[in-house]
Ligand binder design. Structure first.
Ligand code: SAM
Length: 279
């Protein structure tokens, strides 16, 4: 279908949580000198101009990164995420927002590499241009789940897979479970981070039930809500389900989420960090 364009949503509260979790995991991988791989199944374009008419039309970033950016005191643990934004803007203000590939690139060392897939005919060339001649980055115009299956296990045997589909179709929740089942068989020690929106809570409950049924241990759920669940249209919360999280992630998100709730949705916000399946 491919009607989803991330430019409308870049920098919203869901991106903030997703990219903070991504940064924390990548920082943990840097604790060892050994190389790691970052694999992004649904990459988008990598960089978003918040002054673009699509961003301005929804104004979603104003309820997300703009509120975090305005805080005078921020948790030290989100510094590398903020640095990724600062470096895109040459230290001046908040015009460009990094998508997950740019957040990842800011955390890569010379020995690390990243692999990106993006299927949209307009977004793929922009992503290619963003990383033109970058030898640490490989980009594929392929289905993200197919490429993931073909790429595992990675030669490095350490790394993060970010799974961030648009969820335009209900089927995509089941596709995620299937992708995890296939990937885990090939690479059980990888870190998998699955982003999810709370639009219909039932879809998330079904996806979690599917993941529980795979017999995988160490599955952590992280969520930030901006308003209570509702039957009306719209995303009220979002989260990340992380398989094999670094041990510091639970602790760090327990510190960071109260800050994000206060910054983004002080009255109606809610958050949680819970084990879906513990060790
Ligand atoms: N991960 C990005 C970030 O955090 O900046 C945002 C990704 S956006 C939620 C989802 C992207 O997946 C869209 O750019 C869309 O074009 C792309 N997409 C949709 N179906 C795809 C597929 N089957 N394989 C790869 N990419 C796909």
């Amino acid at each position: 279908m491919l009607s989803y364009r991330h430019s409308f949503h870049a920098g919203n509260h869901a991106d903030v949580v997703k990219h903070i979790v991504q940064s924390l995991i990548l920082n943990s991988l840097k604790n060892k000198d050994k190389p790691f791989v970052y694999h992004d199944t649904h990459s988008g374009v990598g960089r978003y101009d918040l002054t673009h008419e699509w961003s301005e039309k929804t104004g979603e970033y104003k309820q997300g990164i703009a509120r975090v950016w305005a805080q005078s005191e921020r948790p030290a643990a989100i510094q590398s995420y903020l640095d990724a934004i600062t470096s895109l803007n040459n230290g001046e203000g908040l015009r460009y927002y990094p998508g997950s590939p740019r957040v990842a690139r800011a955390h890569l060392r010379p020995q690390d590499r990243m692999l990106l897939t993006e299927l949209h005919p307009s977004d793929y060339p922009l992503l290619q241009q963003e990383f033109h001649r970058d030898r640490q980055v490989s980009i594929f115009k392929e289905d993200g789940f197919q490429r993931l299956k073909a790429s595992l296990p990675p030669q490095e045997r350490r790394g993060l897979v970010l799974i961030d589909p648009p969820y335009e179709l209900a089927k995509e929740y089941r596709d995620v479970v299937q992708a995890i089942a296939q990937s885990y068989k090939r690479w059980a020690t990888g870190i998998y981070a699955i982003w999810y929106p709370v639009v219909n809570r039932c879809d998330i409950e079904d996806m979690i039930e599917g993941l529980e049924g795979l017999g995988i241990r160490k599955i952590l759920q992280i969520e930030l809500g901006v308003s209570p669940d509702t039957n009306e249209r719209g995303m009220t919360a979002s989260g990340m389900i992380v398989i094999n999280p670094p041990w510091t992630l639970e602790r760090d998100m327990n510190d960071i989420l109260p800050f994000l709730k206060e910054a983004i949705a002080p009255v109606t916000g809610h958050w949680k960090v819970d084990w879906i399946v513990p060790e």
